[in-house]
Design a binder for this molecule. Structure first.
Ligand code: UD1
Length: 343
C-alpha cells in the first residue's frame, strides 16, 4: 500500500506559491497545499486547476495547528517541502512583531519537527534579499555579509535561515534557502497574480491600482537617493521565472546523492531598475497613465539592491528570462481580470 510521493507546498495559494504549484504540476509532481487563506482567496485554487489541468490536494489550515499537520504527513508520502507560508508585510511587522515571530517561526519549526520525526529531507525555504540589508557593494552575491534586517518581518526570514542551517547540520538534511529580490507580474493566463488586499505597500500593486483609478496617485518614496534619477533601485524578477527556479532547486535536492546540503541562491534578474523607470515602463507597456508625486523617503528603505544571480545559473541552470516590460504587461492583464471578477 505504497502512497505516491508528494511535495508539500505551504502557502501554495499565495502569490509566489500559486505560480510555483502550477510549475510543479507541469513537471508532474504531486502537490499537497496547506494554506490558511489568511492572505489569499479560494478561487486561486480553482484557477490553478484551470491553468494546469491538474488538481493539487488542498488543506485549509494554519501551520501552527500541529495535530492537523501530523494528519497531512500521515496521509501523504511527503518527499519534500517548499515553505512559502508566512506573513510578509514589512510595515505591519513593526507594529505586530510578536504575531510575526509566532506565525513565521512556529510554522517553520512545526514543519521541521515532522521532517525530523519522519526522516524526510528536501526542504526549500522562501527567504528574501532583505537579509542583506543595505549591502556595501553591488551586485549582491550569496557571499555578501548578512546584516540584521530592520523590520521584524526581515528578522523572521533571517532567523528562519539560521534555524534551517542548524536543522540541516544536526539532522543531516538537504535544505535550500532561496533569497528573492522583488517578485512582480502575474501568470500569462491572467488567472493568477498578487491579490491586493487592502492598500498595497509594494510598488507594483500600487502602480497597478493607480493606473486602474482605484488609487488617485502613486507616492514615490524619495527622489534624492544617489541613483540614476534619485529614486531607489531594485531588482524586479518575474514571478513565473521565480516559480521555475523552485522546480529546479527541488529537482537538485531530490537528485542529490549527498545526505546533507545547505544551498543558498539569490533569485533576481541581475539588473537594477529605479522606481521612476518602473513607473514609466508600466505606462509604456500598457499605454496607461500612472499619476505620481514625490514624497519623503520611506523609513527602512535601502537605496539600491540588485542580485548577482550567477550561482543559480551555474548550479540550477536557471536564469531570469522575462523582460520588465513583459512582466508589467501581465500585471495589467491581471488587473483587468480582477475587474471582470468584481462585476
Ligand atoms: C520589501 C521588503 C522586502 C520584501 C518585499 C516584498 C524591506 C526593506 N523590504 O521590499 O523584504 O521581501 O518588500 O514584500 O524589508 N515604493 C514607492 N511607492 C510605493 C511603494 C514602493 O515609491 O507606494 C518604492 C519603495 O520605496 C522601493 C520600491 O518602490 O524603493 C520597491 O518597494 P516595495 O515594492 O515595497 O519592495 P521593497 O521595499 O524593495
Amino acid at each position: 500500500n505504497k502512497k505516491t510521493m508528494a511535495i508539500l507546498v505551504t502557502g501554495g495559494l499565495g502569490y509566489i506559491g500559486s505560480h510555483t504549484v502550477v510549475e510543479l504540476l507541469k513537471n508532474n509532481f504531486e502537490v499537497v497545499i496547506i494554506d490558511d487563506l489568511s492572505n489569499t482567496e479560494k478561487f486561486i485554487l480553482e484557477n490553478i486547476e484551470e491553468v494546469s489541468g491538474k488538481k493539487p490536494i488542498f488543506y485549509p489550515f494554519d501551520l501552527k495547528r500541529k495535530e492537523l499537520l501530523k494528519q497531512v504527513f500521515d496521509a501523504h508520502q511527503i518527499e519534500g517541502c517548499i515553505h512559502f507560508a508566512a506573513f510578509k508585510a514589512v510595515g505591519e511587522s513593526q507594529v505586530k512583531p510578536i504575531e510575526y515571530y509566532e506565525n513565521n517561526l512556529f510554522s517553520s519549526i512545526n514543519l521541521l519537527q515532522e521532517f525530523r520525526e519522519r526522516n524526510i529531507s528536501n526542504f526549500i525555504f522562501s527567504s528574501s534579499c532583505t537579509v542583506y540589508g543595505q549591502a556595501d557593494k553591488m551586485p549582491i552575491d550569496e557571499e555578501t555579509e548578512l546584516k540584521l534586517p530592520e523590520s521584524s518581518y526581515g528578522k523572521t526570514k533571517q532567523m528562519g535561515e539560521e534555524i534551517l542551517r542548524d536543522f540541516a547540520a544536526a539532522y543531516k538534511k538537504r535544505v535550500t534557502l532561496l533569497r528573492y529580490f522583488n517578485p512582480i507580474g502575474a501568470h500569462p493566463s491572467a488567472k493568477l497574480g498578487e491579490l491586493p488586499i487592502g492598500i498595497p505597500n509594494n510598488l507594483i500593486p500600487f502602480v497597478m491600482q493607480t493606473a486602474a483609478g482605484i488609487r488617485e496617485k502613486l507616492s514615490i518614496w524619495g527622489d534624492d537617493y544617489p541613483t540614476v534619477d534619485g529614486t531607489a533601485v531594485r531588482d524586479y524578477i518575474y514571478v513565473v521565472d521565480l516559480a521555475k527556479a523552485h522546480v529546479k532547486a527541488l529537482q537538485k535536492l531530490i537528485n542529490s546523492t549527498q545526505e546533507k546540503v545547505i544551498d543558498i541562491y539569490n533569485l533576481g534578474t541581475g539588473k537594477g531598475s529605479s522606481v521612476l523607470e518602473v513607473v514609466h515602463a508600466f505606462e509604456k507597456a500598457n499605454d496607461v497613465k500612472v499619476p505620481y508625486e514625490i514624497k519623503d523617503r520611506r523609513a527602512g528603505d535601502t537605496t539600491i539592491a540588485y542580485a548577482n544571480a550567477d550561482k543559480a545559473e551555474k548550479e540550477l541552470g536557471w536564469k531570469s528570462e522575462t523582460s520588465l516590460k513583459e512582466a508589467l504587461r501581465t500585471v495589467w492583464q491581471w488587473q483587468k481580470y480582477l475587474e471582470t471578477r468584481d462585476n
